[in-house]
Write a protein that binds this ligand. Structure first.
Ligand code: SF4
Length: 460
């Protein structure tokens, strides 16, 4: 019992967070910046944050994650980090030769109030940014929101720094994929290609954090959204922003600056959210949905109906990022499963409200919380009070799964102890089949383990 000190009785906590269901902004900004080809993320603060965020991404992807840091000392913490960032930009462009640097901040540089826009202007004026190179930036105070907020802020930073408006309309749709895996971004590009829809997608970490081993280290891998493609985002017909928390701010910026209208959609996990995504993309790009999609959707429906006896009525607890939890919960409801306990460390009132509305008919007793005190400790207590048949979330759930003996599906960020998330998508109809396969796998393994000899089935 690794979590033997978690009591069943839930008492109100005002200040203490235990085992948070979130992390801090800069890691999200770093992940988003990696989704631009030739970009070197840069953490403006002391170097501990940068090491931690690089190492978390490396442990999740099992790939090298590059980033620079301003390496604050006590002096810069008192007198400001301008000199550090100026020196860092000069060093990075000289030694590592990126096409662009994407600067984010930490709680330290935010607390002392460094003006990143002014420092970047000075670096440019002083000739520390070579001709043809760029520095983009955003503010990512760690005491606001979560890693998702940081991802969202860097998406807007990318748009602010790179998107343009030429006045010549382009027959293309912007897709802001939200915080998903590179495999999911690849699947979204393939869905668009099969629909015949022209898209510009950013950020795009496919080919950056899931690179092949060729014997040659590439500091800037082949993948990532190209600067020249992102530049055209101001001329697009429409923006599809996947995930309110990760993508809406950037879509709003593109609308306000370039009059590109936007629609906020859920990340296409499961049947219903994928239906909405495919329809919205086809309608924005003015293309017909080909027959092949009907067949693909039909295969997911077929698996659901083939296996419904194992899913029906199963209670599920889940935790993670709001943009992921919303469509995942909807998928569970579509499967006639019962979400009973849901937590997200990311704040935002719309989350609990939407989950409650979504579950009102089929799972009216769902417990849901998000924000500072919505942590894994609370989730564990809820599970102790109402046991579940399945737990879905990142690697940190393995302690609860082990103590309470619950079948466990890893999904979300970070996954530090399994592979697959970089390579096999869980978005789209095919991704829905993969999600089902993962859930059914652990549920049926449990049935096999617990069945008496007389009920141990060969065919399931
Ligand atoms: S909370 Fe602040 S100090 Fe800690 S890793 Fe995040 S940015 Fe750095």
């Amino acid at each position: 019992m690794l979590l033997r000190h978690t009591p069943k009785e839930v008492s109100e906590r005002k200040a203490l967070t235990v085992n948070p269901a979130k992390t801090c902004q800069p890691v999200g900004a770093m992940y988003a910046a990696l989704g631009v080809h030739g970009c070197l993320p840069h953490s403006h603060g002391s170097q501990g944050c940068c090491s931690y965020h690089r190492s978390t991404l490396t442990r999740h992807y099992k790939d090298p994650i590059m980033a620079g840091t301003s390496s604050f000392t006590e002096g810069s913490s008192v007198f400001g980090g301008q000199a550090n960032l100026l020196q860092a930009l000069a060093n990075m462009f000289t030694i590592y030769n990126p096409d662009l640097v994407a600067v984010h901040t930490t709680c330290l540089s935010e607390t002392i109030g460094d003006d990143i826009a002014q420092i970047v202007k000075k670096a440019t004026d002083d000739g520390k940014v070579p001709e043809g190179k760029k520095v983009i930036y955003c503010n990512t105070p760690s005491y606001v929101g979560s890693h998702i907020t940081g991802f969202a802020n860097m998406c807007t930073g990318i748009a602010k720094g790179l998107a343009e408006h030429t006045g010549v309309a382009k027959d293309q749709v912007n897709i802001l994929p939200g915080w998903v895996e590179p495999s999911d971004m690849k699947e979204m590009k393939e869905i668009a290609a099969r629909l015949g829809a022209n898209i510009v997608m950013f950020p795009d970490t496919d080919g950056v954090v899931n690179t092949p081993q060729t014997g040659e280290f590439k500091m800037y891998p082949d993948g990532g959204a190209k600067v020249e493609d992102i530049a055209t985002a101001g001329d697009s017909i429409k923006t599809l922003a996947l995930g309110k928390w990760a993508s809406e701010d950037c879509a709003k910026y593109l609308d306000a600056s370039f009059k590109v209208p936007y629609e906020v959609l859920d990340i296409p996990y499961g049947l219903s959210a994928t239906d909405r995504f495919v329809q919205a993309l086809a309608s924005a790009a003015k293309v017909e949905i080909p027959e092949s999609f009907i067949a693909e959707r039909g295969r997911l429906v077929d698996v659901i109906s083939d296996m419904s006896q194992y899913l029906h009525g199963k209670k599920v607890a889940l935790y993670g990022d709001p943009d992921q939890l919303l469509p995942l919960t909807e998928f569970l409801l579509d499967l006639d499963m019962i979400p009973t306990a849901i937590v997200s460390g990311t704040p935002g009132k719309a989350f609990s409200k939407r989950i409650t509305e979504m579950c009102a008919e089929k799972a009216p007793n769902v417990k849901v919380a998000n924000g500072e005190r919505a942590d894994m400790f609370l989730l564990h207590q809820w599970i102790k009070n109402e046991p579940v048949d399945l737990l879905i979330g990142n690697t940190y759930g393995k302690y609860i799964a082990r103590d309470e003996d619950i079948p466990f599906v890893r999904h979300g960020f970070p996954i530090l102890d399994r592979i697959g998330h970089s390579y096999f998508p869980t978005v789209g109809y095919n991704g829905g089949i993969r999600l089902l396969e993962k859930m059914l796998g652990v549920i049926m393994d449990r049935q096999d383990r617990d069945a008496p000899e007389t009920r141990f089935e060969l065919v399931m």
